[in-house]
Design a binder for this molecule. Structure first.
Ligand SMILES: Cc1ncc(COP(=O)(O)O)c(C=O)c1O
Length: 496
């Protein structure tokens, strides 16, 4: 990339235009941010360089001006750019961190190199985490305002009164024994998971569990089958571990590998059979059997992500795939992020017996197991029935919110836009025509104060085969749902 001098400021839209690709599944603001940030980091946009006015940039790219404003503000916030009233926005003279180090290297005459590894740069550039994690219609967030904080703080005080040095020192196991016991009982009773406490490994979120799975069961270059569209968190973790990602289609019965794909068994497959994320497909019993047989025959590991099956509103859920597995091929993942609150960062793996020792050692080698006192509290919360009570209560709350969202959509669009997602979970997918640019819709909605995720972002394929918006209703009250959908509908009306 050639540096752009001060006089060539007007050429910037060209420089951005070369890289900017609307509809590539990334939000417009994220894409523009990534391109500009990359330009600054690689000194293609030198210190003092004036960025074009937001209106000119927006027109050149065919995106909303607000999107550009938002990106400039983010660059300023991070110290990469500076803004003065009436002066416009400039690349910062002394941006912190990375840029500072690049400049220092330049001054010393050394090579200008990114401090990031190739893997690090890929990870950061591909990052898709949402700019907002609260409010209508952020997917995957539960109603944390109804969390029984009083009960929790009582249990927490009790745990502190009874604290021992072991609770506060480095932990060396696979989780607090009382929590592992409580999880095993809960799963046996509600999800048909066949396990005892010795098979449960407590992790700091599903992401940490996936990190262990990727590093312990696969080598760099090994292939992993991913549902497509599918969970971007798993995709990011497997990609960062150097695995080769292979998107696999879905049909009405769940994961549907082609005949060609079946001929080349992968090392791992990642599934969400109870409530496919994000489309909501419930994997049929027949498909479960077929995949288990296939996995046993070809020694494929199945990673079963059972992230929100507590919230099923009509039919009873099918028991977990893990409960049908007689060959020890399934690793079952569960989380407290949806049932309690995401920042708790407690999740678990249920492992085939012969993997437990290795996973426990690796967990301690890489991270050191922790949060022991929180685990003590959580174990009591489960044992004393508060957990089951909270889930029962929230099931009613989410069912009503889901109904409100469906009503808002159908009142405005009838059946013209399909709604996907079985009778479960904390989100729905609003289908858009295949030709729609769902990333642009999501961007405009965000500028109007409504957070959605484009369905194309969940796909590894380019162009993404299906378009839509993932709408989370878990953390949004019914009046908020109606008001936010009105704003979203105004954006949608310009596109469909
Ligand atoms: C498909 C899926 N699995 C798992 C999780 C939970 O991840 P964690 O336990 O790291 O919060 C999420 C959260 O968004 C999810 O969408």
């Amino acid at each position: 990339m050639e540096p752009i001098s001060g006089q060539e400021a007007q050429a910037l839209p060209d420089f951005v235009l070369q890289q900017f690709a609307p509809g590539n599944g990334e939000y417009n603001h994220q894409q523009l941010y990534r391109i500009l940030q990359g330009g600054i980091r690689q000194s293609a946009l030198p210190a003092g360089h004036k960025l074009p006015p937001t209106r000119a940039m927006a027109e050149a790219l065919g995106i909303a001006r607000n999107t550009v404003v938002q990106v400039y503000e983010q660059l300023v916030l991070e110290g990469l750019a500076q803004a003065g009233v009436g002066r416009g926005t400039y690349v910062a003279e002394a941006a912190p961190g990375f840029v500072g180090r690049v400049r220092a290297a330049l001054r010393g005459g050394g090579p200008v190199a990114s401090p990031l590894s190739q893997r690090g740069a890929d990870l950061v550039q591909g990052a898709l985490a949402s700019p907002m994690q609260w409010g209508a219609f952020t997917p995957g967030v539960p109603e944390v305002r109804m969390f029984p904080a009083k009960v929790w703080s009582r249990l927490q005080s009790q745990a502190w009164r009874e604290v021992t040095p072991a609770h506060l020192s480095y932990a060396t196991g696979a989780g607090h024994p009382a929590l592992r016991e409580a999880i095993a009982d809960y799963l046996g009773g509600t999800r048909g998971v066949a396990c005892d406490a010795a098979q449960v490994v407590v992790t700091s979120g599903t992401q940490q569990a996936l990190h262990l799975v990727a590093h312990l069961l696969a080598d760099s270059g090994d292939r992993v089958w991913l549902e497509d569209p599918g969970y971007w968190g798993a995709r990011a973790m497997f990609r960062a571990a150097g695995l080769a990602l292979e998107p696999v289609d879905l049909d009405a019965e769940g994961l549907a590998p082609s005949a060609q794909q079946l001929e080349k068994p992968p090392r791992l497959m990642f599934l969400s059979p109870a409530h496919q994320y994000p489309t909501g497909v419930l994997m049929s019993h027949g498909r479960r059997r077929q995949l288990l047989d296939y996995a046993a025959r070809h020694r494929v590991w199945i990673v079963e992500d059972d992230y929100d099956s507590e919230f099923r509103f009509a039919a009873r859920p099918l028991p977990a795939l893990q409960g049908l597995d007689e060959q020890g091929r399934v690793l079952y993942l569960g989380t407290f992020s949806k049932t309690l609150y995401p920042s708790l960062r407690l999740a678990y793996l249920v492992l085939p017996r012969d993997l437990v020792e290795s996973f426990t050692r690796a967990l301690n080698e890489l991270y050191r197991e922790g949060q022991t006192l929180q685990q003590v509290v959580l174990a009591r919360f489960l044992r004393e029935g508060h957990y089951a009570r909270h889930i029962r209560r929230m099931r009613g709350v989410y069912a009503a919110r889901r109904a409100a969202l469906i009503e808002a959509v159908t009142a405005r669009f009838g059946t013209r836009l399909p709604l996907l997602g079985s009778d479960a979970g904390l989100h729905l997918v609003l289908g858009l025509p295949d030709a729609a640019d769902d990333a642009a819709v999501a961007d405009e909605a965000l500028a109007a104060g409504v957070m959605t995720r484009p369905l194309s972002m969940y796909s590894l394929r380019r162009p993404a085969p299906h378009k839509g918006l993932v709408l989370g209703y878990g953390a949004v009250t019914e009046p908020e749902i109606r008001a936010a959908f009105d704003r979203l509908a105004a954006v949608l009306a310009r596109h469909v």
